[in-house]
Design a protein around this ligand. Structure first.
Ligand code: ATP
Length: 455
């Protein structure tokens, strides 16, 4: 693996993939803006996920629920009382830390803080003289729990104000719409609801580029099934989540499953898929068997009966839920890491090349006239292909420099328009990965590229 975080951040900034948020005002910590290339890549990642888990599933349906939800939703889900992290401040340099992260880092992953109470974490930190990563001192405040939900208020007048929250996960939108979706689609259990949308968390220790931010997008799929079939579907989604990553081009050596040691009280099973990020092995996505907890809680708090009635047997029951959840931005970071390559060429130069799956690449093809006076023909080709997929056009600089620019943003094909093109209507197509060039009639370009960029 050749990517480091610094190389990725610099490439992203320099090539219009991701910029620091509100940069001209000195930034806004841990927010990032996707640029012209980045927005395409991220949209393509989301499209690939949607295609796999909604479009290609014969019994999954998509929704797009509101970010702002009735506050009772978060009482029912348990977020109001327990969506918190164990926070500690360094008394010396005043930086804030998560106690569990301090223990994990100190023990180099050998001690699992997930199985500890707050008192046990405090004792561990004291007895092992765990130090502050910033100043090196070992003098912390006691642990305080810190709710990660962003609060805002709704209402015109002071008295009329109500506290509401920016959703910290998209999942609740799927749960509260379970009956709406089931009734309107006449879906039979088992069926799934998928959603892609923004989530917000007031993280104590955000950072590592887009790995952990305070505003991010989640892609979540909830599979509603009958108790007794849940373990089979849990295993199914563990594998489906893994296969999705392999199909995006991930090396299986860079992925691993990690079962949770401590389960949430309602969960029957939970695991993550971890990826070997430049910061080390870290969670990329989660798969959880959430039992009938969510729908039961919403039934209790809303007073609405969330039971499903089996149309054949007439049996009524609250389905179990298998949740598969992955951050679009975190997956983007993994995709960038995986794609990054540096290659030494025969002439001794180094080329940086992003070896994205063609379905993920921002532009599928770059149209490059060999000389400016071939521009008219080249633009004609651009206009034709741009009706089918994202293309870019570049006539500035030597052809070698233009190839390098496309390699750096991962454009899988470059089409060169030269003097023969006017006579025989053929062009040269260069492959990003092999750098091999083939000659092809213009009217075959569209089908050739369409075939190669399928996911
Ligand atoms: P972590 O342990 O990293 O805080 P989590 O277990 O709280 O993550 P979930 O609540 O299961 O995460 O969220 C599902 C997915 O959403 C994660 O696997 C990750 O891909 C993504 N995600 C969670 N928090 C963030 C964040 N602050 N920034 C970017 N992506 C996130």
């Amino acid at each position: 693996m050749k990517a480091t975080m610094d190389k990725l951040v610099n490439l992203c900034k320099g090539r219009g993939i991701i910029f620091p948020g509100s940069e001209i005002y000195g930034g806004m910590g841990n927010t990032w803006d996707y640029g012209p290339i980045g927005v395409e890549i991220k949209n393509n990642i989301k499209r690939a996920w949607w295609k796999r888990f909604v479009q290609e599933s014969d019994n999954s349906y998509g929704i797009d629920a509101a970010i702002l939800m009735n506050s009772r939703v978060w009482e029912a889900s348990g977020h109001t009382t327990s969506f918190s992290d164990p926070k500690m401040d360094c008394k010396f340099c005043k930086t804030r830390h998560r106690a569990d992260n301090l223990i994990e880092a100190h023990s180099k992953g050998k001690v699992n803080p997930d199985t500890m109470t707050n008192e046990e974490m405090e004792a561990y930190i004291r007895e092992h003289h765990v130090t502050c990563p910033k100043c090196g001192k070992s003098d912390f405040t006691p642990i305080r729990t810190f709710n990660l939900m962003f609060e805002t208020s709704r209402g015109v007048t002071e008295e009329g104000q109500n506290t509401i929250y920016l959703r910290p996960e998209t999942a609740q939108g799927e749960f509260v719409n379970f009956l709406n979706v089931q009734r309107t689609t006449r879906a039979k259990v088992p069926f799934g609801i998928g959603q892609i949308g923004k989530a917000f968390r007031n993280e104590i220790t955000p950072g590592n580029f887009i790995f952990r931010t305070i505003e991010f997008e989640q892609m979540e799929h909830q599979w509603f099934c009958k108790k007794g079939t849940d373990s089979e579907y849990y295993n199914y989604f563990k594998k489906a989540a893994w296969d999705f990553l392999l199909d995006l081009g991930f090396d299986p050596e860079h992925l691993r499953y990690k079962d949770h040691d401590k389960l949430a009280h309602y969960a029957k099973a939970a695991c993550d898929i971890q990826y070997l990020f430049p910061i080390g092995w870290s969670e990329l996505n989660g798969i959880h068997n959430r039992t009938d907890y969510d729908l039961s809680r919403h039934s209790e708090f809303s007073g609405k009966n969330m039971e499903y009635t089996d149309p054949v047997t007439g049996e009524k029951y609250i389905p179990y839920v298998i949740e598969y959840s992955i951050g679009a931005d975190r997956l983007m970071l993994a995709v960038l890491t995986e794609a990054y390559d540096e290659e030494t060429l025969d002439n001794g130069e180094t080329r940086v090349v992003m070896r994205f799956h063609p379905a993920v690449a921002a532009y599928k093809v770059a149209i490059l006239p060999l000389q400016k006076n071939l521009g008219e023909k080249a633009r004609e080709i651009y206009k034709k292909l741009a009706k089918s997929f994202m293309c870019t056009y570049d006539e500035a600089g030597s052809i070698g420099k233009r190839y390098r620019r496309q390699d750096e943003i991962g454009t899988p094909f470059c089409v060169t328009v030269d003097f023969d093109t006017a006579n025989d209507n053929t062009v040269t197509v260069r492959d990003r990965d092999t750098m091999e060039q083939i000659r092809m009639p213009i009217d075959q370009l569209e089908s050739y590229i369409t075939d190669k960029i399928k996911f």
